[in-house]
Ligand binder design. Structure first.
Ligand SMILES: [Cu+2]
Length: 187
């Protein structure tokens, strides 16, 4: 049997409990708001360090992506840099030539819309965004051919947008590189 005093006690306890949960839920929301605000401010104060831009309208006329500069080149430190352009609906060079067991830096961009850069049987998967230089590093273990399809839908000719990466023996590559400043499979 519940008497009057017990009932009042129960109501008070229930009231306390509701208040406690209300404070707790408001507190959780407040903490999340503080975290989001701090993360936003930090992002605004510390922009990404390595964003490289390039003007897609003048790619072919000036700068590192002029046609004579595309393909693979040996750097003074013995690594290889590959410069590539994606455009509707092909890659230049159409067949990229690289040595096995050598650190390779890809520098790529798009001349028009967003394209995908994916090298089959590897974990290389990037986007080529007009206005930006995509930089990524690779090292191929063994000689062989890899397909390189565009994997971002870029227009009606997208499905025909393919290139190839040909990995050759290290010595064979560096022998060729002594003869030519820029290499692709056509050598
Ligand atoms: Cu494409």
């Amino acid at each position: 049997m519940i008497v009057g005093a017990d009932r009042a006690d129960g109501a008070r306890l229930a009231d306390q409990s509701v208040r406690r949960w209300a404070f707790l839920s408001v507190g959780v929301v407040a903490v999340l708001v503080v975290i989001a605000a701090a993360a936003g401010l930090r992002e605004a104060a510390m922009p990404q360090v390595a964003v490289e831009t390039v003007d897609p309208r003048t790619l072919h006329i000036t700068g590192e992506f002029v046609e004579a500069n595309l393909g693979s080149a040996v750097e003074t430190d013995g690594t290889v840099t590959v410069r590539v352009i994606g455009q509707q609906y092909s890659f230049t060079p159409q067949c990229i030539l690289v040595p096995a067991a050598t650190p390779i830096t890809f520098r790529a961009t798009s001349a028009d819309v967003i394209h995908g850069f994916l090298i089959g049987e590897t974990n290389l998967n990037e986007m080529l965004v007009p206005g930006y230089v995509s930089v990524f590093h690779a090292r191929f273990k063994a000689p062989g051919d890899h397909v390189m399809p565009c994997h971002e839908f870029c227009g009606v000719g997208h499905e025909g947008m393919w290139a190839k990466v040909r990995v050759i023996e290290t010595k064979q590559f560096f022998d060729l590189a002594r003869k030519r400043r820029r290499l692709d499979c056509a050598e």
